[in-house]
Design a binder for this molecule. Structure first.
Ligand SMILES: [Zn+2]
Length: 270
């Protein structure tokens, strides 16, 4: 027997084929640490002020992390093919640059499982770190399987990231739950700005419908809901801060209504 690793038939094509096949897209090539200003406090009171993101590969200058339920190389090729990830990485860099967001590091994290089982909200999250040198875009479902709106999700998440990166919102741990009303108000700002840039977004009418349904669910009286909708219209396309939205929520009675309904934190955003 030869020395381990020294292959006697090195020159043969079959061996090369095997070497190519075992090249992994799932090994950890870097552990990226992100520190946050707003920590996540678990049910048991554990304070989490950072996350460690295991980077599996780098495509087009973007660090990529795969969070698969049952990771195999074969699944990865099906869910997130190389060409698809190259295109998504390119698009992410283009979108962030278009929005004037220029962190040292851009990372994507791809989840393949259903949002109801995962810790993240509907479509994704876009945390930035305390130092504002890293932006992480989390897709909570496979965007390549949902071809028709991943571009919209990307623009949306990148706008959340822009607001955090420019310090209008804090760097919050991605598991910090935002109050629904806060997110609803924030979305008027985000979609209005996307509209002004002629980028994919929900229309003001769609957002107004959504907001009204939420205010009703919260048990807000009709006149209070009307006042809140006027504020929502006014936020369309306006740059906002967490403080300005909190103030609006206080004066509209949203914060009080929310406290009555369900105790939730309010500093993250999805
Ligand atoms: Zn959002």
């Amino acid at each position: 027997m030869g020395v381990p690793g020294h292959c006697q038939s090195w020159g043969q094509g079959t061996d090369r084929a095997i070497i190519v096949t075992v090249e992994s897209r799932l090994k950890t090539i870097e552990k990226l640490r992100l520190d946050y200003e707003v920590p996540f406090v678990s049910d048991r009171g554990k304070v989490l002020d950072h996350t460690i993101v295991r980077i599996n590969e780098r495509r087009k200058g973007v660090a990529i992390s795969y969070a698969l339920l049952d990771p195999t190389e074969q699944d990865l090729e099906t869910l997130f093919p190389r060409e698809g990830m190259d295109a998504l990485a390119d698009m992410t860099r283009t979108v962030l640059a278009d929005l004037g967001v220029t962190p040292q590091k851009v990372a994507l994290q791809m989840w393949d499982y259903s949002v109801t089982r995962g810790p993240y909200s509907l479509e994704g999250r876009a945390p930035v770190n305390r130092q504002r040198d890293t932006v992480l875009i989390i897709f909570a479902k496979s965007p390549l399987a949902y071809k028709f709106n991943y571009e919209m999700v990307l623009w949306h998440q990148c706008m959340h990231a822009k607001d955090r990166w420019e310090r209008r919102f804090p760097a919050a741990h991605p598991q910090v739950q935002t109050s629904e009303w806060l997110d609803a108000l924030w979305h008027f700002s985000i979609d209005g700005r996307l509209e002004a840039r002629n980028r994919p977004h929900y229309s003001r009418e769609e957002r107004l419908e959504e907001a009204l349904a939420l205010f009703r669910r919260m048990g807000l009286p009709a006149d209070a809901a009307d006042r809140a909708l006027v504020t929502c219209r006014g936020l369309w396309g306006r740059e906002v801060t967490l403080d300005s939205l909190m103030e609006a929520g206080r004066s509209l009675g949203l914060q009080a209504a929310d406290r009555g309904a369900a105790p939730k934190r309010s500093a993250g955003g999805a």
